[in-house]
Ligand binder design. Structure first.
Ligand code: PEP
Length: 265
């Protein structure tokens, strides 16, 4: 199955509007002349979404601008009303947001998001036709305790409950071992490939072989320019979700370039 890789920058709580503008101007000029065989997505903080939308979707944007799609880092599971501090999927749509990262390990660990909450957000995102980037992954203790498969099975089964095959066709999964996120420790390509193959088998159990063969599964966890090629060469790895190394235009570009070799120029 030919799956188009997808490289997504998760800026987390970094870059307000002016830093977003600096990044995008520099990144677009570096993209000039390249036509990488992949999708490129940037997820800024909510507050920078209008600036990003403006930079990418105004008449003055360069032709490369449309090569980049916009993601939110979260969304509310509610429609509207008395939910202080929340942002709804309808609000996101106003700013050309097409993707939304859900279930990130930081949302799970720091903000107490359970599988049930993440599942409600997945459903709400799909109602608004947003494409979820559904994050899953085990802690080091869970892996070392022999619980890797059990943890991934629970996250996948509970997080995707009630979602249809059509929803899956519009979703991306990001396998992100928690012990590799922001630590500089990357899973070996064998560890990553094994986990990805297992996640794909879980999707096959739930939705059938064709959906499983089609769904893109990104790897996330300390992806850098120097490890992107090896990770992306694994048969079940279809791109990357990148935190720290996507804060600089040059390193984000190098990850994309190295990760799409040999298919790229
Ligand atoms: C992430 O935040 O999803 C992530 C993978 O971060 P980093 O690349 O910094 O490990």
């Amino acid at each position: 199955m030919n799956r188009k890789p997808i490289f997504a920058a998760n800026w987390k709580m970094n870059k307000g509007a002016s830093e977003t503008e600096d990044f995008i101007k520099s990144f677009l000029s570096k993209l000039q002349g390249h036509d990488f065989p992949c999708e490129i997505v940037i997820a800024p903080p909510f507050i920078s979404l209008p600036k990003l939308a403006d930079l990418l979707h105004t008449a003055t944007a360069g032709q490369n601008a449309h090569a980049i799609q916009i993601a939110a880092q979260n969304c509310s599971q509610y429609d509207a009303g008395a939910y202080t501090g929340e942002v709804s999927v309808v609000m996101l749509r106003e700013f050309f947001v097409h993707f939304v990262i859900l279930g990130h390990s930081e949302r799970r660990a720091i903000f107490g998001e359970t599988d049930a909450i993440i599942n409600a957000k997945m459903k709400k995102a799909r109602e608004a036709n947003l494409k979820p980037i559904f994050c899953i992954g085990e802690t080091l203790a869970e892996r070392e305790g022999g619980n890797l498969e059990r943890v991934l099975r629970t996250q996948v089964t509970e997080g995707l409950k009630g979602l249809t095959e059509k929803d899956m066709a519009e979703s991306v999964i990001a396998y992100e071992p928690v012990w590799a996120i922001g630590t500089g420790v990357t899973a070996t390509s064998q560890q990553a490939q094994d986990a990805h193959a297992f996640v794909r088998s879980l999707v096959a159990d739930l939705y059938g072989a064709e959906t499983a063969a089609r769904i893109r599964i990104q790897y996330g966890g300390s992806v850098k320019p120097n490890n992107a090629a090896e990770l992306m060469a694994c048969p079940d790895i279809d791109g990357a979700l990148i935190g720290g190394a996507a804060l600089e235009p040059q390193s984000f570009l190098e990850i994309i370039r190295n990760g799409t070799i040999p298919a790229a120029e």
